[in-house]
Structures are given as C-alpha cells and as structure tokens.
Ligand binder design. Structure first.
Ligand code: FE
Length: 134
C-alpha cells in the first residue's frame, strides 16, 4: 500500500468508508484517453478505457470491468436503497456501485468515483482521480 500517504482525505473517505464524491466533481469524468483505470489505493487494474461511456450522471461510467475478478460485488442497503456496491477485487476498497440500466449489450452501468481511480494512459502517463494536484 505504498500510496497510502499520498491519498487525499476525500479519497480515503470514498475508498475506505464508502463515501460518494459529488457528481460532476471528478477529474476522470470526461477523460476519454486510451488506457487503464486502476484502484487509487492498491493500483490494481479495474476498467479499460474501451468500456467507458458517457452516462450523463456526473460519474465516470463503464459497461464492464477489465476482468471478472478485477472487482468484487456486494449488496448494499445503506441510505434506504438496494444497490450493489463495487469493490476493488484485490484490496476491497470501495470504488462505486453497479446498476442494471447500462446502454450497451452488457446491460450494466458501473458508476464509479473518479477519485477512487488513477488513469494510466496507454502512453504510460498517469492521471490521478483527485482534483488535488501532486
Ligand atoms: Fe485496490
């Protein structure tokens, strides 16, 4: 967990306490670059840029994880809602929720927190999900 000391309080609240960042606040929302979205906590690959789509919700959205075991799904009944929580398959950090109203053939909408992910462009440059600059 070499990145722990570099995470912002907002990232810690989302990743470790299941908070949700405000809609339209995330740096990766409109990122359409080619590459891989990784867990901001442990660096594990979560989503490929090819799975990203514009959902209009204000959160970066994907139609499928990069592999079935990249994420772990768990029922979440907090806040009076029946939702499915999405966790990093490696470290268990909270990344977002998944819904069954996706527009592609998978039918899924993985609604993610920008700040819970880092983007690694195929050119290998890294973009952080946090608005804070490093
Ligand atoms: Fe992780």
């Amino acid at each position: 967990m070499e990145k722990l000391g570099k995470l912002t309080p907002e990232q810690m609240a989302v990743l470790r306490e299941g908070a949700t960042e405000p809609a339209f606040s995330g740096k990766l929302l409109h990122n359409m670059g080619d590459g891989t979205y990784r867990c901001a906590y442990c660096g594990s690959a979560l989503f490929s840029s090819g799975a990203k789509f514009e959902s209009g919700t204000g959160w970066p959205s994907f139609d499928s994880p990069i592999s079935p075991r990249a994420v772990e799904l768990r029922p979440d009944t907090s806040h009076g809602m029946a939702r499915t929580e999405v966790l990093c398959g490696r470290c268990g950090s909270h990344i977002g929720h998944v819904f069954d109203d996706g527009p592609t053939e998978t039918g899924k909408r993985f609604c993610m927190n920008s700040c819970a992910m880092d983007f690694e462009g195929s050119g290998k440059e890294r973009e952080t999900g946090s608005k804070a600059s490093r």
